[in-house]
Design a protein around this ligand. Structure first.
Ligand SMILES: [Zn+2]
Length: 417
């Protein structure tokens, strides 16, 4: 199953999807309509010979890597899924009915709209799909772009979209099948002929993303953010996947981290930020915690990240916006997350490979607090000249001006012999 658009991503309609052959009789399947029952976009397909009916994963996002084809006449999958969670989620969608509220807001009359499907129970997955919006608006300026989002993505809608379809789950995991959404989207597709879906990838390269278009906040200027009089360090709190295994252990770890950082840099500002319904806090620590995300809450958090020299946090969606806005990040990685540790980092478009390695560090979540503090101090307190040390024209063989390198290095603090 391969999508037809050449040269990168593109809009997908039923004609762009190869449904493959019937598992029972081998006849080529006849493609039907696209449908949106929940966290994925499916195509209906039917065997013209034996009338078996299928759901075909539209090749976008994780379905590009691990498509699910499902025969609902025989109630079985065809082919093995490469990413087990993707097939598990498909099964959950088939098993559970979801109750949702659907709100369609269109700012103007639309023709041949492009739908950007960002419905996913995991914040990072959903946000990364929304990040495709600008590239689509740039490449297809004549086509109105309409994201499908959960309410918690409303704060991140960029300017220039033609509207949004907001889907609010009434309980449940966000993985179930919603008849309401399925019907409303079928009516939408019928009302607006030529509707297509934006094909996405799980992680778009951040060269194509200007984070401030989504968050409304400019990231920290790294050159001016270094060596400031009062460095800011932030710990991103979450109530799940806690550092140390429990909320109590995480709180103890964070307090110890704060005490040790402040003992070495007394004027450091240390803030615990994020979303939490916990109320077990102390009076000495500065907090920017909210029970739920929302436009004002997200803005305040992103503003704090943009003022933070280093943000520390456990691996997960919670690290995407900090890494996009802060000077640097230290991600604490649990043993089972090393394979995708990098996926929660946003590497800015102005970030060279050397800078990416310097400003984004990954440590085992069992690392002792002293070592974490050492790494935080290096990122917040040391301003490497990447143009001298490992990037830019100054370090390219044919362009090195050796005399200039020595002179510039000698002028750097900490580099004097
Ligand atoms: Zn057949």
């Amino acid at each position: 199953m391969i999508a037809s658009p050449s040269n990168g991503l593109g809009p997908l309609g039923p004609e762009d999807i190869d449904a493959g052959d019937c598992a029972r009789c081998g006849t080529g399947l006849k493609m039907g309509k696209l449908r949106v029952p929940g966290h994925r976009v499916l195509a209906d397909a039917t065997c013209p010979q034996c009338s078996d009916e299928y759901f075909i994963d539209v090749p976008s996002s994780f379905a590009l890597l691990s498509p699910v084809r499902y025969c609902h006449t025989q109630q079985r999958h065809l082919g093995a899924a490469i990413l087990p969670f993707w097939q598990n989620w498909f099964d959950k969608m088939m098993e559970a009915q979801a109750e949702v509220e659907v709100e369609i807001n269109l700012g103007k009359a639309v023709e041949r709209p492009l739908l950007l499907h960002c419905l996913d129970p995991i914040f990072g997955h959903a946000l990364k799909r929304l990040f495709h919006a600008d590239a689509y608006m740039k490449r297809y300026p004549e086509r109105p772009l309409i994201p499908l989002i959960a309410p918690w993505l409303q704060s991140f809608l960029p300017e220039g979209i033609a509207g949004a379809i907001t889907v609010k789950w009434k309980g449940g995991s966000g993985l179930g099948w919603s008849r309401e959404l399925d019907n409303r989207m079928a009516a939408f597709i019928q009302q607006y002929p030529g509707t297509e879906f934006c094909q996405t990838v799980p992680s778009l390269a951040s060269e194509d993303i200007d984070i401030s278009r989504f968050s409304g906040v400019q990231p920290m200027e790294r050159s001016s953010g270094r060596n400031r009089a009062r460095p800011t360090v932030c710990y991103v709190w979450r109530d799940t996947r806690c550092w140390g295994g429990s909320i109590e252990a995480q709180l103890e770890n964070v307090q110890q981290l704060r005490r040790q950082l402040l003992s070495e840099t007394p004027d450091m500002r240390f803030v615990v930020a994020g979303i939490s319904s916990s109320d077990r806090w102390d009076d000495e620590t500065e907090f920017l915690l909210f029970e739920k995300p929302g436009p004002e809450q997200d803005r305040q958090l992103n503003l704090l990240y943009s003022q933070s020299d280093v943000v520390i946090g456990g691996h997960g969606s919670n690290m995407i916006l900090p890494s996009a806005h802060a000077g640097g990040t230290v991600e604490l990685v649990p043993p089972k997350r090393w394979h995708n540790a990098w996926t929660a980092s946003f590497f800015r478009s102005d970030c060279s490979p050397a800078e990416a390695v310097f400003y984004h560090r990954y440590l085992p979540d069992t690392t002792d607090i002293g070592t974490i503090c050492d790494v935080v101090h290096v990122i917040s307190g040391f301003a490497p000249r990447f143009d001298l040390l490992g990037g830019g024209d100054n370090t390219r063989f044919e362009r090195v001006d050796a005399g200039r390198l020595t002179a510039e290095a000698a002028s750097l603090p900490g580099f004097r012999p």
